[in-house]
Design a protein around this ligand. Sequence first.
Ligand SMILES: Nc1nc2c(ncn2[C@@H]2O[C@H](COP(=O)(O)OP(=O)(O)OP(=O)(O)O)[C@@H](O)[C@H]2O)c(=O)[nH]1
Length: 319
Amino acid sequence: MNQPSFQQGPGEKAASTEQGAGAMRCGLIAIVGRPNVGKSTLLNALVGQKISITSRKAQTTRHRITGIRSVGDTQYVFVDTPGFQTKHLSALNKSLNKAVVGTVGDVDLVLFVVEAGNFSLKDAQVLSLFEGRLPTILVANKLDVLHRRSELAPWLKSMQERHDFAEFVPISAKNPKDVAHLLDVCRPYLPEQDWWYAEDELTDKSERFLASEIIREKLFRLTGDELPYTSTVLIDTFTEEPGKTANRMVRIAASIVVERDSHKAMVIGERGERLKRIGTEARQELEKLLDAKVFIELWVKVRSGWSDDASRLRAYGYE
Ligand SMILES: Nc1nc2c(ncn2[C@@H]2O[C@H](COP(=O)(O)OP(=O)(O)OP(=O)(O)O)[C@@H](O)[C@H]2O)c(=O)[nH]1
């Protein structure tokens, strides 16, 4: 195994055996890691800001957001996974874990994201899911908040001993140069083949799904760590109405499903302030994303114990 470096392995090989100039590359990349290491931030940065959803293909697997980035001759198709859950093993968590394994199984490359200088038991648990099966790049994120830079090299070395990583890429997902570098490092791992998507496509998720993910993201961000991960968002109706002007108009009714009355109160907040903010922030983001005027109606429902009930899970769209 080589010394940890920013560029090694297939990166070098591809440079020296470069034939077939002009060949297109396209492949699937899974972004994997324990909660809060920066996977979503990284995905957004990798995919870039230009949002245009041109495909309305329905997707059945709830946990596969694919962001697409096309640069030069290469199309990177990213698969995000839900935060890998290790706290409780309820039926829901088992199903989520299965989704992680399912996602990782059919990709060309895994980006295993950790916090630079940090490797906990939870990171190890995630890593053990795809041990040795696929080329895996260690993305040591949040480099900007690493206090002692001198400890990075010994830490990378210890990571190298832990797993046969294909590359080691210390980055800050918030630094565009680092993100561009990571794309370059990923490129040689993607097979030479035609692109699957049009150049301007960023995601093949249905808009309905995106709406639920965005509301969910606001829900968890605005409730902090207080709200259990078992809470979910269901889109009750998603209707497009003919607008009076040329603009699209989308009306969304969604239910936030929580397990307890106390969680419901937490989501609603004092005088409904928090729920209002979740709705407002989700609406603003969706208006940009869908290029439409958006109306959102949010309800909070209590479904006690739903995350442990396998048949209910199926009804909610989990496997
Ligand atoms: N300083 C710094 N903060 C970062 C960086 N990347 C992500 N963060 C922050 O880390 C927090 C978690 O980031 P997320 O992208 O939500 O993490 P995640 O891995 O998707 O989390 P889950 O959805 O819980 O699995 C957020 O507050 C981000 O702003 C980074 O490079 N530097």
